[in-house]
Design a protein around this ligand. Structure first.
Ligand code: PGA
Length: 251
């Protein structure tokens, strides 16, 4: 089964307008024509600017989060349809920074996943354990719990069929210490097995990305693993040459 590789850049809360324009121009200019799907996740306020700059390019756009309500008195939040209107086809759901810094529980993440899916966005669901959880040998249990919250949704497996998953061990995010290819592959295989328990075809087709300190030096070996279908890249996605090189390696 060959799955289309994906490389996604999560810019987090970085850059200003000039930086964003410069980064997008460099990506448009430098990304090779290839069979790698490329996504960028800019801060909300730059979505429309990036969307117009990307017109005619192969790079696709996503939002870093959405609220689960469709509209209403939710000051400061952004609804799925709003980011769709801004040109997004994708949306990160359950990033570990949202879980740990903004209190998003598995239940909240599941509601956001369902709302994004309902609005026609492709959710990019992030899963991963903390260092303490890994040290306590609880990686599988934690990742299984995060995934189960999605599978337990009404028609959860159907929604997952249209989604992308990113395994991002929390201890590897922004630390410079990536999981080894073996460590990552072990969890990716486990995630795929768990999905196969619900539906074999979905398990075969679902793209599972690795995230956590991916850079041009470690990406190649990670991409060589059978169950790793690309990367969710934070820090290195802010440097055009590094992000372009990671996309090249995924091809
Ligand atoms: P990092 O971030 O590449 O800077 O570790 C990854 C992420 O948070 O998605």
């Amino acid at each position: 089964m060959s799955r289309l590789p994906v490389v996604a850049g999560n810019w987090k809360m970085n850059g200003d307008l000039a930086f964003v324009r410069d980064l997008v121009s460099k990506l448009i200019e430098g990304l090779p024509e290839s069979d790698v799907q490329t996504l960028v996740f800019p801060p909300f306020v730059y979505l429309q600017t990036v969307h117009s700059m990307l017109s005619g390019s192969q790079i696709e756009l996503g939002a870093q989060s959405v609220d689960w309500h469709e509209s209403g008195a939710y000051t400061g939040e952004v609804a799925p349809q709003m980011v769709k209107d801004a040109g997004c086809g994708y949306c990160l759901v359950g990033h570990s920074e949202r879980r740990s810094l903004y209190g998003e529980t598995n239940g909240v993440v599941a509601k956001k996943f369902a709302a994004a899916h309902k609005a026609g966005l492709v959710p990019l669901l992030c899963l991963g354990e903390t260092l303490k959880e890994r040290q306590d040998n609880r990686t599988r249990e934690v990742v299984a719990g995060q995934l189960k919250a999605i599978l337990d949704l009404d028609k959860g497996i159907e929604a997952l069929r249209k989604a992308v998953i990113a395994y991002e061990p929390v201890w590897a995010i922004g630390t410079g210490e990536s999981a080894s290819p073996d460590q990552a592959e072990e969890v990716h295989g486990f995630i795929r097995e768990m999905i196969a328990g619900e539906d074999g075809q979905t398990a075969l087709e679902l793209r599972i990305l690795y995230g956590g300190s991916v850079n041009p030096e470690n990406a190649g070996l990670l991409f060589d693993q059978e169950n790793i279908d690309g990367a969710l890249v934070g820090g290195a996605s802010l440097k055009a040459p590094d992000f372009i090189e990671i996309c090249r390696l995924a091809g």
